[in-house]
Design a protein around this ligand. Structure first.
Ligand code: ZN
Length: 224
């Protein structure tokens, strides 16, 4: 009888051990059920490319303003100093470099990416949005074919989170934007206000230094 009980105990223990080894996977699978299109995994798969682009940028900026080639300087000026103010110097390049290091760290962390709903944050051809804590994938992502845009926009959203900044007028290499061209490298520093419970550095929206689009576009363009 005792022998029978102890063999039953061993069987139960073995089952528990097997269950334990299965459970974490099952628990993960339960979370993934909200990702019924596999889109979250797809976005996760873009992260290594985004990291590569950021690494290319970090390597370029690490040379300093005077160490960069004239083509690299031109690229940087086009995006960070669209009004040709000539305000880009060694200190400015160092600041951007430090910001890219923060973006790099954020990408390297386990970014939380979730399916977004078809809400007013997912307007037009928007691929993602962020609440500064998570990145949400919009339904249009499934329609978008351009991988370059998917990666670049992922860097854009990560910049929002890493630097805690909001958008300024968007950059578009194909069409002239007077609003974008009015931005200057430093802009005018106005105030710091808390948003979403985080301290969001909110400036006058007239600088490129804390603009997610400049970081995203420069990283993509320097990697071509
Ligand atoms: Zn944005």
């Amino acid at each position: 009888m005792r022998k029978k009980i102890s063999s039953q105990v061993i069987t139960i223990l073995c089952s528990l051990i097997i269950l334990q080894s299965i459970l974490p996977t099952s628990a993960k699978a339960a979370i993934v059920t909200t990702d019924n299109t596999g889109v979250v995994q797809e976005v996760h798969n873009l992260i290594p490319t985004a990291i590569q682009e950021i690494d290319n940028t970090i390597a370029t900026l690490s040379k300093g303003w005077s160490g960069m080639t004239s083509a690299e300087q031109e690229h940087l000026s086009k995006i960070y100093d669209p009004g040709h103010t000539g305000q880009i110097d060694e200190k400015y390049v160092e600041t951007i470099l430090n910001n890219y290091l923060k973006i790099r760290r954020k990408l390297n962390d386990d970014l939380t990416i979730e399916n977004g709903e078809n809400n007013n944050m997912c307007i037009g051809q928007r691929l993602y949005y962020t609440d500064f804590i998570k990145i949400y994938v919009c339904p249009y992502y499934l329609t978008e074919q351009r991988e370059e845009r998917k990666v670049r926009t992922l860097i854009h959203e990560t910049t929002h989170m890493a630097l805690l900044v909001v958008d300024r007028p968007y950059y578009d290499p194909k069409s002239y934007s007077s609003r974008y061209n009015a931005l200057t490298p430093q802009g005018s520093w106005v105030t710091q206000i808390p948003v979403f419970g985080h301290l969001i550095r909110e400036i006058a929206h007239n600088d490129t230094l804390y603009h997610p689009d400049t970081y995203a576009w420069f990283a993509t363009e320097i990697s071509k």
